[in-house]
Design a protein around this ligand. Sequence first.
Ligand SMILES: [Ca+2]
Length: 136
Amino acid sequence: MLLLKKSSLLLAVMLVHLKVHILARILSSTEPVTLSQAVNAIGAFFCNDISWTDGCAHWTNLVSNRCYTLDAEHQDQVSSFGPDSGNACRLYDDYHCSSGNSIYIVYPGSGDLRTLYYDPAQTDTVNDNVNSFLCV
Ligand SMILES: [Ca+2]
């Protein structure tokens, strides 16, 4: 009986040491910060001409699901649009991500928005017709 109690006590002490060791590893680890930064790395690359040329811009550190209105240089002119690796964006023809005309586009995007249409009837192309977008 005494032997059993001693071994139980020893086991309890070992468990406490193990918990302290695991806690110390978690607290000293930098992994959660690295993971958080990776998740938040949202960006999009777009250009005013097809094949990723003319008036290109790379907007980075975007907030997930926040609407971004294009600047004057790109409004109604973008012909190539690509979310960064791991990202997806919804493009809108209005300025505030609120109209009925929108299209979901995933990495690597499209170097020719003339091939994408806002509507199923395929009359309203996305080319030169983007004014705002949001990404996740
Ligand atoms: Ca264009």
